[in-house]
Design a protein around this ligand. Structure first.
Ligand SMILES: *[C@@H]1O[C@H](CO)[C@@H](O)[C@H](O)[C@H]1NC(C)=O
Ligand SMILES: *[C@@H]1O[C@H](CO)[C@@H](O)[C@H](O)[C@H]1NC(C)=O
Ligand SMILES: *[C@@H]1O[C@H](CO)[C@@H](O)[C@H](O)[C@H]1NC(C)=O
Ligand SMILES: *[C@@H]1O[C@H](CO)[C@@H](O)[C@H](O)[C@H]1NC(C)=O
Ligand SMILES: *[C@@H]1O[C@H](CO)[C@@H](O)[C@H](O)[C@H]1NC(C)=O
Ligand SMILES: *[C@@H]1O[C@H](CO)[C@@H](O)[C@H](O)[C@H]1NC(C)=O
Length: 421
C-alpha cells in the first residue's frame, strides 16, 4: 500500500517532466517530396525508453492522439504499417524525435503524433497536438484578386496575383512568375502584388517553381481595362496625293476593350468641323477642298483620346502642272543632247592623240629592272614582255642608290620570270 502510493507519487513527479514539442505544427508538402517532422522530447534520464513511435490515427478514430492508429515509425520495425515501410528516416538521437517522411502522397494527409513508453511503471506519453500534414497537388494555378469583386480591373487598381497548388501551397521554395511566357526575374514570392496596374500590365500570367521542372500554371489573363492610347492616323495609299486620288484615313488606337466610337474632324483655316464617325474616313476623289489638317478621337467605355493632326496637301494636276512637266522634259532632252554632242567632240580629239601615246611604251621602267633582266638567262627579246611589269611598283632608282649584287639579282629575276607566259 505504502509502496503503491509512493510509486504513484514518483510517477506523477516523473511525468511532470515528460514533454514533446513539435515545430511547426502544420505542414504542407508537395506530392513525391520529403517532409521533415521536427520534434524534441524529454523524460527523466533514469527512465529507460521501451518503445518510441510515430503514429497517425485512422480515419474513423479520434484525431487528437488519444487513439493510436497505424504506426508510421516504430522502434519495433515489425509494427510499422505497410504503407510506411522504408519511407521514413528517424533521427534517433538523444531526445531528438524528428522524423522524415519520403515520397509523400495524398494518402499521407492527416495528423501525426510522437509517442514513447518507458519501462518505469509502464509510463506512456503521446505528444499532444501532433502535426497536421497537408499534401499539395500540382499543378499550380493563378488567382487574381482586386479590391472590387466581380468588376473589371481598371488602371490604378491594386491587383494581387497568387500562385497556388491544390489543398495547400508550400511557402519555402522560390517561385517563378511569367508574363506572356517571359520570366519576371524580380518576382520570386508566391504572391505577386501590383499596387497600381497600368495598361502595360495587361497580359497572360503564369507561375511555377523556380529552377524546377514541375509544370507551371495555366495562363490567366490580367484583363486591365484602359482608355484608347497611342491614337494615330494611317493614310493609305501613302506618298503624294494627286487630284482625283482616292484615300482612306484610318484611326488606329490601342485600348481595352477596343475603341467603339470614332470621330473625325478637319481643321481648315482655324475652323474645326466634324466630318465622320467611322473608324475609317474615306475621300473618294481628292481635290483642293480636302486640303487641311485631320484628326480623330477614339473612344471606349474607359475614355477617349485624340490623335495628333495630319496634314493633307492635294497636288494640282491641272494644265499648269502639265506645262511644268513638259518644260522639264524638254530641258532634260536638251541636256542629254548637249552631253552627247560633247562626247562626240572629245572622242575625235582622243583618236588624233592616240598614235604618239602608243609609240612611247613603258619608258618609265626603272633602271633596276632593266639591269636585272639583262642578266637573266632569257634573251633580250623578253625584255619588252617584262617591261610591262613595271606596275610591280619597284622603287624608282636614284643615282646614289647602291646597286644590287648578282645573287640578289637572280632571285628577282626568277620571280619576274615566273609571270612570263
Ligand atoms: C525495405 O528495404 C529493404 C532493404 O533496404 C528491403 O529488403 C525491403 O524489401 C524493403 N521493403 C519495402 C516494403 O519496400
Ligand atoms: C534532430 O535531428 C534531425 C535529423 O537528424 C536534425 O536535422 C535536427 O537538426 C535535430 N534537431 C536538433 C534540435 O538537434
Ligand atoms: C512514390 O510513391 C508512389 C505511390 O504513391 C510510387 O508509385 C512511386 O514509385 C514512389 N516513388 C519512389 C521513388 O519510391
Ligand atoms: C493570352 O492567351 C490567350 C489564350 O491563349 C491568347 O488568345 C491571347 O492572345 C494571349 N494574350 C496575350 C496578350 O498574349
Ligand atoms: C457609340 O456608338 C454607339 C453605336 O454606334 C452609340 O449608340 C453610342 O451612343 C455611342 N456612344 C457615344 C458615347 O458616342
Ligand atoms: C470659318 O469660320 C468663320 C466664322 O465662323 C467664317 O466666317 C469663315 O468663313 C469660316 N471659314 C471657312 C473656311 O469655313
Amino acid at each position: 500500500m505504502f509502496y503503491s502510493i509512493l510509486s504513484q507519487l514518483l510517477l506523477s513527479a516523473a511525468v511532470a517532466s515528460w514533454s514533446v514539442s513539435y515545430h511547426p505544427r502544420s505542414m504542407c508538402a508537395f506530392e513525391r517530396s520529403s517532409v521533415d517532422f521536427s520534434c524534441m522530447f524529454d523524460y527523466k534520464d533514469y527512465h529507460t525508453l521501451n518503445t518510441i513511435c510515430w503514429f497517425r490515427p485512422e480515419a474513423h478514430q479520434k484525431q487528437d492522439g488519444s487513439q493510436v492508429g497505424i504506426f508510421v515509425y516504430n522502434s519495433e520495425a515489425a509494427k510499422i504499417h505497410q504503407l510506411y515501410k522504408n519511407r521514413t528516416t528517424y533521427a534517433n538521437r538523444d531526445k531528438n524525435c524528428s522524423l522524415q517522411l519520403h515520397n509523400v502522397s495524398l494518402n499521407d494527409t492527416g495528423m501525426y503524433f510522437f509517442r514513447y513508453e518507458t519501462q518505469y511503471y509502464n509510463g506512456k506519453y503521446t505528444g499532444p497536438g501532433g502535426i497536421k500534414l497537408t499534401v499539395a497537388v500540382l499543378h499550380f494555378r493563378v488567382t487574381v484578386q482586386t479590391q472590387k469583386v466581380n468588376e473589371d480591373i481598371h488602371e490604378g487598381d491594386s491587383v494581387t496575383l497568387t500562385c497556388s497548388a491544390e489543398n495547400c501551397t508550400p511557402e519555402q521554395k522560390p517561385f517563378a512568375w511569367f508574363k506572356n511566357q517571359r520570366l519576371i526575374p524580380e518576382a520570386t514570392a508566391r504572391v505577386l502584388q501590383i499596387t497600381s496596374v497600368t495598361h502595360s500590365d495587361f497580359g497572360n500570367y503564369s507561375c511555377g517553381l523556380k529552377n524546377s521542372s514541375t509544370t507551371s500554371a495555366d495562363e490567366i489573363l490580367l484583363d486591365v481595362r484602359y482608355s484608347p492610347k497611342n491614337v494615330d492616323i494611317a493614310v493609305l495609299p501613302s506618298g503624294k496625293i494627286r487630284e482625283g486620288d482616292s484615300l482612306t484615313l484610318t484611326c488606329v488606337s490601342n485600348g481595352n476593350p477596343a475603341a467603339t466610337n470614332y470621330s473625325w474632324f478637319t481643321i481648315k483655316e482655324a475652323n474645326v468641323s466634324y466630318v465622320g464617325s467611322d473608324r475609317e474616313f474615306s475621300i473618294k476623289s481628292a481635290s483642293q477642298n480636302d486640303n487641311g489638317q485631320y484628326f480623330c478621337i477614339a473612344k471606349n467605355d474607359m475614355g477617349s483620346q485624340n490623335s495628333t493632326a495630319v496634314s493633307l496637301k492635294v497636288e494640282v494636276r491641272g494644265p499648269r502642272n502639265f506645262l511644268l512637266t513638259a518644260t522639264a522634259a524638254f530641258l532634260f532632252l536638251m541636256a542629254v543632247l548637249l552631253v552627247m554632242f560633247g562626247l562626240v567632240i572629245k572622242r575625235k580629239q582622243f583618236t588624233s592623240k592616240k598614235q604618239p601615246t602608243e609609240q612611247t611604251p613603258t619608258v618609265t621602267v626603272t633602271e633596276e629592272i632593266y639591269e636585272n633582266l639583262k642578266k637573266s638567262p632569257e634573251s633580250e627579246e623578253n625584255f619588252t614582255t617584262h617591261v610591262t611589269y613595271s606596275d610591280l611598283r619597284l622603287p624608282p632608282s636614284t643615282s646614289d642608290r647602291p646597286r644590287c649584287n648578282s645573287q640578289e639579282d637572280n632571285t628577282v629575276i626568277y620571280s619576274l620570270l615566273s609571270y612570263k607566259d
